[in-house]
Design a protein. Sequence first.
Length: 446
Amino acid sequence: MTAELRLRRLDLRSPDAATLAARDALFRRGAVPDPAVREATRAILADVRARGAVAVREASARFGGGRPDGRLLLDREELATAAQALGPGERDALETAIANVRRFAEAQRPSSVRTTIIPGVELERRWLPVKRVGAYVPGGSAPYPSSLVMTVVPARVAGVGAVVVASPGDRNGEVHPVLLGAAGLLGVDALLVAGGVQAIGALAYGLPDEGLESVDLVVGPGSAWVTAAKIEVVGEVGIDLPAGPSEGLVLADASADPATVAADLITQAEHGADSPALLVTPDEALADAVEAEVRRRLAGALRRDILARALADHGRIVLVGDLAAGIDFVNGYGPEHLSVDVEDLEGAVAAIRNAGSIFVGRWSPESAGDYASGANHVLPTGGLARSCGPLAVETFGKFNQVQRITREGLATLRPAIRTLAEAEGLLAHRDAVEVRFAGDAQEEVR
């Protein structure tokens, strides 16, 4: 398959109506799963809400991800023991990633602000961390300790009181020792051995018969089923954002090295068979060279059949008239990961508005952000980068508004409140102010 691999091309240099429609379909691809997945998800969630741990175990037996003995929770002490069992290389790598993510997260911690609007009217925007967080970490076929680091570290920096992680076991029901060790290093309060919809339901609704309280916020990446479950529990708990398949886009011109561009596209394909990987370029010769390099690299790749299928189904080369048109495409598409490899790097980066994480130049591979640079790798997908940003410390908290008003301040506001309340026909609102000054009228009568 690799010898014949051809990446589909979208030529926007002189587009017709059909080409523009294909472009617009890419722009509006969305991160929300199809209705059938969402309907099935609702049924599983309803079962978890009604029957708790029994429903979680049954769903795990059906879909995978549970332990053979049916045990659901690993406690803090077991996770600490797993941390002690880490090999020196594994521990050093995890501690490097944790330290870098923590350093970047600490710079994001919000602060409370007080503002005097007029004399006697002071407003405060007070920031507080949420109490309990549930972090979903994909697993099963492969462990993702990096995703555990990315979700738990900013929660800890924010000051979250309790963090529960949910991650599925492998085909034998075992959670990878490195992931358990990472949870121990981070002081995770409990680890729920379950995946998919049933795990999100357990986090959102709690499992009283297992001593697991419901959380206030659910975060983390996952499959279409995990994404659907997160969407369905919104309203009972908060979520970070719905996240569809991981996606990457490389914006490159003639100055780029085809070898590194091809490597970045293949890196993106490694995320999964449904992961889009796009090259946007004004240089057709570069596009040809990258495509040839992709075929060459795939020939010796360990997972070449999976990679080739991902690129054949979801890989694409977009040809544009010039770099400005390429930047317009990027902003319309809003990729999760964006690699920029052009001659005028900073000029291009300054013009980019919509991307989850931007990797600048050939020495900034996506792999660095996935593991160890310190930037978060839980990012908006499906075009949500047009309105959402990466997972961050702010995700794990909220702002309260506190209003302190004196008699003098309310007297100043009184005419505006009275006029607007009467205009809206909400006379009780007016009277709630006027009653406070009733004594003034009595004084005037005397």
